[in-house]
Each structure stands twice: as structure tokens, then as C-alpha cells.
Design a protein around this ligand. Structure first.
Ligand SMILES: Cc1cc2nc3c(=O)[nH]c(=O)nc-3n(C[C@H](O)[C@H](O)[C@H](O)COP(=O)(O)OP(=O)(O)OC[C@H]3O[C@@H](n4cnc5c(N)ncnc54)[C@H](O)[C@@H]3O)c2cc1C
Length: 404
């Protein structure tokens, strides 16, 4: 494509992935990230079906395979720690409830940053403060850097996207609370788990732990049902207090996991929300990843749709040969039907993770036990597996200029 100048806001997963593909098609790419350095925090994320396809096309399959966390399966346990029903990772072609490719978010961020190496300019510790989409391009003001002009600006700045607010209005009516909150934190492996996850539920709340980092640590997590409440996403002290109070009185190993919140190296808290926008772009300004179409962290598809979104957005811009607006429209036309299906799936995922009643918990246990025992148990998860593989990746190789 003609050498367009692209600005990407956000250096999480979607941002560097987009920078990678845009550079490969010959664009000049700048990535601006509000954090002062790479945000390598976060816990395990899944790369499913077509997301693995994008990683393979980028030539990163080996790096991702080497960095992935071994996860053999998951058990639902009772208050005494007795395993009541289990799912194995290898049971469903790698795309079941426990996926074949689970990787610490930080490891994937590092791999994507390394891959963009010298081919994209990264500006840390700054953010976009104003966008003016004119005939000659988008004029961008930054909080710290001097103003610049770009042919296209893409917000890959997550669930609470700043670009979305600037381009579509604050809030934009686009954040839809799904009735759950989710927190992850790192803990010592005091449970002795070995490549395995244990999950314990009481009505309206679920706590669990997954062995990570060669079984030396746990990724602990709490999910709870709640009506929306206001919180400051940067105030981790206040958010840890929320997690402690919501887990208070839970049985199993809840107390020992919660006790480790105090000095955890890594803590994540967010609402399970979806982003529902009528359009993912306005003129030369577009959104991708959680900023455009977050499906809920409990959908298990957030990283997959971010990777596929970045691949299609860059590819359609390349195909449009400089007609940025047409490229952005084509990106949405191609991708939206599949993303809508993923979002519909995401709406129900919190309910499965955190049933409301004792009967709901018993029902989930019975379904999982059935999957374990029936030779064709995969049929029960057929729709989820099809969904992960439900988008045929277009081929954009003819537009490639370089391999970063
Ligand atoms: C620190 C962190 C930890 C996470 N941990 C988990 C986890 O444990 N489990 C899970 O399922 N999901 C987690 N997520 C979310 C998960 O990464 C995403 O749902 C998914 O991978 C889609 O990625 P994304 O690139 O669209 O968004 P994100 O990964 O959220 O990346 C967005 C990036 O944009 C940056 N940003 C935000 N606002 C601005 C702004 N105004 N200007 C410039 N940059 C901005 C952020 O600092 C971040 O680097 C985490 C996200 C973050 C940021």
C-alpha cells in the first residue's frame, strides 16, 4: 500500500499486533502508550482457534509455544477441596474450557513488542488529548509530545479507551455491564497444584487458582456478581479492599489466597463489560480489540478477537491501497458477524463461571461430569469450539512489503 502514517494508541495486545501487520504492509507506525513502560502485568490469557492462526502467520507460533504455561486441566472442588468434576485441556482439540495455548499476558506483550522491534516507533508515558479529522488527515494533540498529523488513528487502548471517548463521545453509551466483576492476582503455590486449576463456587461468587510459572506460583482469581459500582481502576489499594470484602467468609482455600493479596506482585481488577458500538470507525479514526468490541474477560476470547481484529484491520487498509475510510469500513464488514457471535457467547460466560444459586452450581458440576464421562462429551462444547474457529482468516500476503 502507499506508505501511510498510522498512529496506534495502546501498547497492550491489539496495539503491537496491529503495528506488526501495518509495518509488514509498508506503513509508518507510531504507538503511543499512557504507561511509562510496557505493561507486562496480567495473568493467563487464552489464544484460541483463529487467534492461533494469526500468531502462526506472523511467524510467532514457536515463540508463543515456548512461552505458554502448561495447563493440563481444571477441577471444580467442594469446600473441603474434593474434586467433583474435571475437564482436561487436551479433550476438545485445544479449544475447550482450558485451552491448549494459555500464556501469561506479559509474555505475549513481550513477544509482540519484540516482533515489532525496529519497525514501529513507541512513545511511552503519553496519550492523545485531541483528534481533529480533516481532509488531509487526522491532526493529533498529545498531552506531552508536539502535535502531529496521521493518515489513520486507531484506538487499541482497552476497555476504558481514550480514543473511543474522543471519537464517539465520553462513554458513548457503549459500555454494557454484564453483572460480574473479576480480579486476578499472583500468589505462592501454597495449594501444591501441578499444571492444574481448581475452582470453588458459592452462590454469586467463585474463587480459584491455577498453577503457573513452572508450578512455583498461582494465578488466583475471584469472580463475583454485583450491580455496577463506581471505582477508580488505578487505585489498587481500594480495589483489593473490594476483593477482600467480596470473598469474606468463603470456604476452601479462600483465606490463604486472599491473605496474599497484600503483597502480590501483580493485581488486575475490572468489571466484566462489553463494548457495543454501532460502528468501529468514524472517518479515519478506528478502534480495535477491547476498545472496539470487548466481549468480557470471562468469554475466554478477548485476546483472540484482539489478534484477529488487528490482522484484519491492517490487511483491509493494505487492500484499500490508501483509501483509509474504505479500508476501515471493509474491516468492520468482514469481522462484525463473527465478533457479534463471540459477544453473544460472552454474555453468558459469567453465569457459568459464577452461578447464582446452589442449584446452578450443582447443574454446572453435573454438566462437566457428563462431559468427562461421555466419549462424545465434546458435543456439549461444540458451539464454543466452532466459535473459536468461526472466522476464516483472509489472505493478505500479496500486500506484504517487509517482514519486521
Ligand atoms: C495490565 C493489564 C492486565 C490484564 N490482565 C488480564 C488478565 O489477567 N486476564 C485477562 O483475561 N485479561 C487481562 N487484561 C485484558 C486483556 O489484555 C485484554 O482483554 C485483551 O488481551 C485485549 O487486549 P487489548 O490490547 O485490546 O487491551 P489491553 O490489553 O487492555 O491493552 C490496552 C493498552 O492501552 C493502554 N492505554 C489505556 N488507555 C490509554 C490511553 N488513553 N492512551 C494510551 N494508551 C492507553 C493500556 O495501558 C494498555 O497497555 C489485562 C489488561 C491490562 C492492561
Amino acid at each position: 500500500m502507499p506508505e501511510i502514517k498510522a498512529l496506534v494508541s495502546g501498547a497492550g495486545i491489539a496495539g503491537p499486533a496491529l503495528a506488526y501487520w501495518l509495518a509488514r504492509y509498508g506503513a509508518q507506525v507510531t504507538v503511543v502508550e499512557s504507561a511509562t513502560a510496557r505493561r507486562t502485568g496480567g495473568q493467563l490469557i487464552d489464544i484460541r482457534g483463529c487467534g492461533r492462526g494469526v500468531i502462526a502467520r506472523a511467524g510467532l507460533a514457536e515463540a508463543v509455544r515456548a512461552a505458554r504455561t502448561r495447563a493440563d486441566g481444571l477441577s471444580f472442588v467442594d469446600a473441603h477441596g474434593r474434586r467433583q468434576a474435571s475437564v482436561r485441556a487436551d479433550g476438545f482439540g485445544g479449544d475447550g474450557p482450558v485451552t491448549e495455548t494459555e500464556i501469561l499476558r506479559g509474555a505475549l506483550v513481550e513477544i509482540l513488542h519484540e516482533a515489532t522491534g525496529g519497525s514501529a516507533e513507541y512513545v511511552f508515558g503519553d496519550r492523545i488529548s485531541a483528534l481533529d479529522d480533516r481532509r488531509d488527515g487526522v491532526h493529533v494533540d498529545f498531552e506531552k509530545s508536539a502535535p502531529r498529523r496521521f493518515d489513520v488513528v486507531v484506538g487499541a487502548d482497552g476497555l476504558h479507551s481514550g480514543v473511543r471517548d474522543l471519537a464517539f463521545g465520553p462513554g458513548g453509551g457503549s459500555l454494557c455491564h454484564l453483572g460480574h466483576y473479576l480480579s486476578f492476582w499472583t500468589a505462592r503455590n501454597t495449594l501444591g497444584l501441578c499444571d492444574w486449576t481448581e475452582v470453588y463456587s458459592e452462590p454469586g461468587r467463585t474463587i480459584g487458582a491455577r498453577a503457573v510459572n513452572g508450578n512455583t506460583q498461582l494465578m488466583a482469581f475471584l469472580s463475583f456478581r454485583s450491580a455496577p459500582f463506581r471505582y477508580d481502576p488505578r487505585d489498587s489499594t481500594a480495589l483489593k479492599t473490594v476483593v477482600r470484602s467480596r470473598a469474606a467468609g468463603m470456604r476452601w482455600h479462600a483465606d490463604e489466597l486472599i491473605a496474599q493479596l497484600e503483597d502480590t506482585a501483580d493485581f488486575y481488577f475490572d468489571a466484566c463489560s462489553q463494548v457495543a458500538l454501532p460502528h468501529w470507525s468514524s472517518g479515519r479514526i478506528a478502534l480495535v480489540g477491547d476498545a472496539a468490541f470487548c466481549a468480557s474477560p470471562l468469554s475466554g476470547h478477548g485476546t483472540t478477537i484482539a489478534l484477529v481484529g488487528a490482522y484484519v484491520l491492517a490487511g483491509e487498509l493494505a487492500r484499500a491501497q490508501g483509501d483509509v475510510v474504505a479500508g476501515l469500513r471493509a474491516y468492520e464488514e468482514r469481522l462484525r458477524p463473527w465478533i457479534s457471535r463471540v459477544q453473544r457467547f460472552g454474555q453468558g460466560s459469567g453465569k457459568t463461571m459464577t452461578p447464582r444459586t446452589p442449584a446452578g452450581i450443582a447443574f454446572r458440576r453435573a454438566v462437566v461430569a457428563l462431559q468427562e464421562r461421555l466419549p462424545l462429551g465434546g458435543l456439549l462444547l461444540r458451539d464454543q469450539i466452532r466459535l473459536s474457529n468461526g472466522f476464516a482468516l483472509p489472505d493478505y500476503t500479496s500486500y506484504e512489503r517487509t517482514r519486521p
